[in-house]
Design a protein around this ligand. Structure first.
Ligand code: HEM
Length: 252
């Protein structure tokens, strides 16, 4: 991925197809949005239905492939999670706000959303985001910074939210979303992402073309995300203890 500013092609793209997929229009009051900043952005760009409703597998796979270069297999996998969040059993579609169902995939300790215990939990929250940014020390996010940011949100929820809970699935999603910042929004090879890309995406729910982002030139598979999840898991087990020093016993 090239990290230079690429304002010109964006302007051209926008001018060439003002209403087609790719052009940004902020959500309207009648549109539906939800917890996922990336899916919200894809709807704002028209890669997904702009109203955020009745999204089927084909639309999801095509949007994730066209906008982000996710492989169709990966897209189908993600769609399965999405459609399972539709409260209607055996659904073949979902609305973006179906993803808000607390403690299904949506979980406490998000990077930019407050825990459901404290109130509205599905939309961007400036205070929560600033907590994350405090731990995102450096202009380039790497595995350790992302691990630190994720861990502080869990710790803060654990300390302040009496209802704090996270299921195995929620935990996996939490690692997965954090990994997605590096391997989908950033560069899956180096497992890094310019902080400005994430900040722009989260705040504006808009793909960060204006600050130099381009979709990955190489296709992104589920395995790429898995690798980065493992990197983050390892980096969350903060520096291992030094080997035991048996030359003295501090308790005697
Ligand atoms: C069909 C595809 C997708 C589904 C079903 C989905 C679902 C979700 C859900 C349920 C959440 C809320 C988790 C929470 O409680 O914080 C979420 C958050 C998130 N998603 Fe997605 N997502 C999808 C695609 C993507 C893609 C392609 C990216 C790429 C960058 C992405 C990035 C994120 C990030 C970074 C968050 C964390 C938000 C936060 O912690 O504040 N998602 N997504």
């Amino acid at each position: 991925m090239k990290f230079t500013a690429l304002l010109f092609p964006v302007a051209v793209l926008g001018a060439a197809c003002p209403y087609g997929p790719g052009s940004f229009e902020p959500e309207k009051e009648t549109d539906t949005r939800g917890v996922c900043p990336m899916l919200n952005a894809l709807a704002n760009h028209g890669f997904l239905p702009r109203n955020g409703r009745n999204i089927n597998e084909n639309q999801t796979v095509t949007a994730l492939n066209t906008a982000l270069n996710l492989t169709p297999d990966f897209g189908r996998f993600l769609f399965t999670a999405a459609r399972l969040s539709n409260p209607k059993p055996n659904s073949t579609w979902f609305n973006l706000d179906h993803l808000d169902r607390h403690n299904l995939f949506e979980h406490d300790g998000s990077l930019s959303r407050q825990d459901a215990y404290f109130g509205q939990w599905s939309r961007f929250n400036e205070t929560v985001w600033n907590w994350t940014m405090d731990y995102w020390t450096g202009d380039i996010l790497d595995v350790q910074i992302i691990a630190n940011g994720r861990a502080q949100r869990s710790m803060r929820s654990n300390l302040t939210n009496p209802d704090f809970a996270i299921s195995e699935l929620g935990n996996a999603f939490s690692y997965g979303e954090n990994a997605a910042i590096l391997s989908i929004l950033g560069d899956k090879v180096t497992e890094t992402c310019p902080k400005i890309f994430a900040d722009y995406l989260f705040r504006n729910e808009r793909l960060p073309y204006a600050v130099g982002w381009q979709k990955s030139k190489i296709p992104i598979e589920m395995n790429d995300l898995r690798n980065t999840i493992h990197s983050i898991l390892n980096a969350t087990a903060f520096p291992p203890l030094p080997p035991p020093d048996n030359s003295f016993d501090v308790f005697n």
